[in-house]
Design a protein around this ligand. Sequence first.
Ligand code: 13P
Length: 289
Amino acid sequence: MLVSAKEMLDKAYAGKYAVGQFNINNLEWTKAILTSAQENNSPVILGVSEGAAKYMGGFNTVVGMVNGLMETLKITVPVALHVDHGSYDGAKAAIEVGFSSVMFDGSHYSIEENITKTKEIVEFAHAKGISVEAEVGSIGGEEDGIVGKGEIADAAECKLIADLGVDMLAAGIGNIHGQYPANWEGLAFDALEDINAATGETPLVLHGGTGIPADMIKKAISLGVAKINVNTECQLAFQAATREYVLAGKDLPENGKGFDPRKLLGPGYEAIKATVTEKMELFGSINKA
Ligand code: 13P
């Protein structure tokens, strides 16, 4: 059964490890992540952007697919199905059809409007036992057509949003979605320390988990990060494995039945499993289910 992300993240925050949010794009992705979580006895969060939800046939299709897989694969570790960078209406729509956690990203509004809208989502979601992630200070880079400048969040603003009772808070600390440029300055740890001090026990979320060096990930966890989002790295692993298979000609009809999508997508599936396991090791969530 899907669970809210609150309990797993409160435990992670207290235990100084992080739960991975891995974004899903299709059935293979979802199955690979759920299977890895179960094999590693790790809690996990499945992230679904509004664009990915549309691609997969809508929030209701995603809920049906995830619930079905959980039952068939006998998944017993805690799993949260979470909207990634949800709009106000999108977050509400996902809750209505069975998501167990939502992010409402109000970072592009004024802080006043972000507060008003986040408060409403918190009331709506908490009445149904659904966890809420809010955001202050946009994450840089581009994700699903949403472009952020990569600001450093203001600690006082973070406190205002945390005080609304959100279950987790994404605060920009120089992190960006996608791959980091060669001249990236790294995470702003001073800002993270101030934000963690200002927001009490609220678990902090690090977006843009792809390409952040292991030592920075560990330091971020020591300063209150309890959820780390990874998307691009799984996409790249899937792409590289599929490419290798195709370049080797294994998909060609004259070389056998390798064109069958169940075979063609197999190497990508295994590559995602390996990536997810590697991240769970780095984040410290193995055997924390
Ligand atoms: P990456 O694609 O950089 O891993 O970021 C994922 C993310 O933050 C999803 O919200």
